[in-house]
Design a protein around this ligand. Structure first.
Ligand code: ADP
Ligand code: TRP
Length: 331
């Protein structure tokens, strides 16, 4: 039996270079291994924060097109919208009946909100918390458990959510003295790198320092030219260590090119030239991705069809799990 690997992403905002190198590329790498792979857009999770219909719809298409442009093959990976698989929500209810309320009180996103309210001296510690945010981990557990998932590649911030999914599944299995739900494992990227943004901090939407993955060549060049550097003169030797330009270059250039640029840093290179080299290497790698993205995003009907076909396959799988859950619980 092939093992199942499942990845979910929230459709929030514009995909950037940090997302590509830190999350998309490694996840696609894993999907190519000898696994059955599922990938979904967690649009109901996004609804906890994005409450503008156009924004949510556009973001969902954007993320779908982005992952396919980066190499996700819908023939090999089942790709679907979370909202198109109602079985997930049915199973989520069952899970919630086995989830102690205290477990949700300790979930990090909720706890962080409460702490913030505390710091700000708010009377109501639950200010700004909707039930969707509160129960977020239960729906996420269902995303995973509804497909008999073996492996879930996640960043460190999601480890707690995986633990919650395992806890709930174990509780159900224990109650009914059988393997109703498969216990999933988190696959945490140990050597995960932090890609710096234009200002040298971690590239993040929250810091407004990103390079959008599909920026057109002209604006890509403009952004690269904005990367913060020191004021060393062109002839001065430069450190590759800690240089944003060099760090990004390493992600896009070949080994030989990297060695050549390292030499030029050593012997002195003007920042303008270094940035030009970086821009050229990025543009070379990103142009085919951008072209594919642009073609897809202009054709939402095709995206809808890909997602509908994926949902059909996903539902077949989730139906089996739902049947098992219903039979085991006596519902
Ligand atoms: P943002 O910080 O821009 O809001 P998200 O939190 O939506 O990004 O991240 C989505 C995925 O991309 C996560 O798996 C995260 O680990 C990865 N990621 C985001 N920014 C970076 C970065 N600068 N370097 C490496 N990985 C990143
Ligand atoms: N919570 C994840 C995030 O914020 C997204 C997500 C929702 C997810 N359901 C999932 C990830 C199931 C993996 C598996 O990134």
């Amino acid at each position: 039996m092939k093992k199942t690997v499942l990845t979910g992403v929230k459709p929030t905002g514009n995909v950037h270079i940090g997302n590509y190198i830190g999350a998309i590329r490694p996840a696609l790498h894993m999907a190519q291994a000898e696994h059955e792979s599922l990938f979904f857009i967690a649009n109901y999770h996004a609804l906890t924060t994005i409450q503008d219909a156009k924004e949510l719809r556009d973001n969902t298409y954007h993320v779908t097109a982005a992952w396919i442009a980066c190499g996700l093959d819908p023939q090999k990976t089942i790709i679907y919208r979370q909202s198109d698989v109602p079985e997930i929500f049915e199973i989520a209810w069952v899970l919630s009946c086995y989830c102690p309320k205290g477990l949700m009180n300790r979930a990090h996103a909720y706890k962080a909100k409460v702490q913030l309210n505390e710091q700000e001296g708010k009377q109501d510690l639950d200010f700004g918390v909707n039930m969707g945010l509160y129960q977020y981990p239960i729906l996420m557990a269902s995303d995973i458990l509804s497909f008999d998932t073996d492996f879930v590649p996640v960043g460190e911030d999601q480890i707690q959510h995986l633990e919650i999914a395992r806890d709930i599944a174990q509780k159900i299995n224990h109650t009914y003295k059988s393997q109703v739900l498969k216990i999933p494992q988190a696959v945490v990227q140990k050597d995960s790198k932090v890609i710096p943004g234009l200002d040298g901090q971690k590239m993040s939407k929250s810091y407004d320092n990103t390079i959008p993955l599909f920026a057109e060549s002209k604006s890509l060049r403009k952004l690269v030219m904005k990367i913060k550097t020191d004021s060393l003169p062109p002839e001065a030797p430069k450190q590759t260590e800690g240089s944003v330009i060099f760090q990004l270059y390493k992600e896009f250039a070949s080994q030989d090119e990297i060695a050549t640029l390292a030499k030029r840093f050593e012997t002195g290179i003007g920042w303008g030239d270094a940035k030009q080299a970086l821009f050229e290497s990025m543009d070379k790698v990103l142009t085919p991705l951008r072209d594919k993205y642009n073609a897809l995003i202009q054709n939402p009907t095709e995206l809808d069809q890909i997602l509908a076909e994926g949902a059909e396959k996903a539902r077949q799988k989730a139906k089996h799990v739902l049947e098992r859950v219903k039979t085991s619980t006596g519902v």
